[in-house]
Design a protein. Structure first.
Length: 237
């Protein structure tokens, strides 16, 4: 745990998952004030949104400085995204690969929309730094998680809002094992345990079965990736 290195405010895309929780810790270590934003878009795993309150309470308990740094928490409802999507994250269908080579868990435009809405909120609140958990190393081939996409969007948002906006992606080049290590480096084993117990990753929204790495169905691509990262993290610890 470290003292903030900036007196500015950051807005963190905080879904309630492992990656966004790690990004939240990353921001708390760097910014004097941190606000969060989550999106209710009709996702099958909307239970992730319910996990955020317990995670935030846990963050406050881990470090009093983190507790003092928290600003407002925002949730935006954008059901239109689900209405125009036909994906395994917004419909009760089997997860599979599509004819285009992308998994049908890909929600077209999701990160583009999330970051644009976040930037609009940040504009109103005078925030220029936005943090997201997009990752090109461990991902499902989603084109809106690529570094080139995020950099292009940063340029477009800055131009369109006539002010500099920085989109930070601290996990962009990390695999899941490295993400677990980053969480440990930022908040010790207390943060790792918090993420294991209270974050949500499972695409199916399952929280019945408890695994070493947390709760989930254990079979979907998100669970498989998280489990693999946990095993590798444990092996290197």
């Amino acid at each position: 745990m470290t003292e903030p290195t900036s007196d500015k405010t950051a807005l963190v895309l905080f879904s309630g998952g492992q990656d966004s929780a790690t990004c939240l810790a990353w921001a708390l270590a760097r910014y004097a004030r941190v606000e969060t934003i989550g999106f209710d878009y009709g996702q099958r795993h909307a239970i992730e949104l319910d996990c955020r309150a317990r995670l935030l309470d846990g963050f406050r308990a881990i470090d009093p400085a983190w507790a003092a740094s928290f600003g407002d928490s925002h949730t935006l409802s954008i059901p239109t995204l689900s209405a125009i999507s036909d994906t395994a994250l917004t419909r009760d269908v089997e997860i599979a690969m599509g004819a285009d080579g992308l998994p049908n868990t890909f929600v077209p435009g999701r990160n583009l929309i999330f970051l644009t809405f976040a930037a609009a909120l940040a504009y109103r609140r005078g925030i220029a730094d936005i943090v997201g958990g997009m990752c090109e190393t461990d991902y499902s081939g989603y084109p809106d998680c690529r570094d080139d996409t995020i950099k292009a969007l940063q340029s477009a948002i800055s131009l369109g809002m006539a002010r500099d906006v920085t989109l930070h992606t601290p996990l962009m080049w990390l695999d899941k094992a490295a993400t677990w290590r980053l969480a440990r480096d930022l908040g010790g084993n207390a943060l790792v345990d918090l993420i294991r117990e209270h974050s949500h990753t499972c695409y199916l929204g399952e929280r019945g079965a408890r695994h070493d790495w947390g709760y989930g169905c254990g079979e979907c691509p998100a669970c498989a990736l998280r489990a693999k990262g946990w095993r590798e993290y444990q092996a290197r610890a």
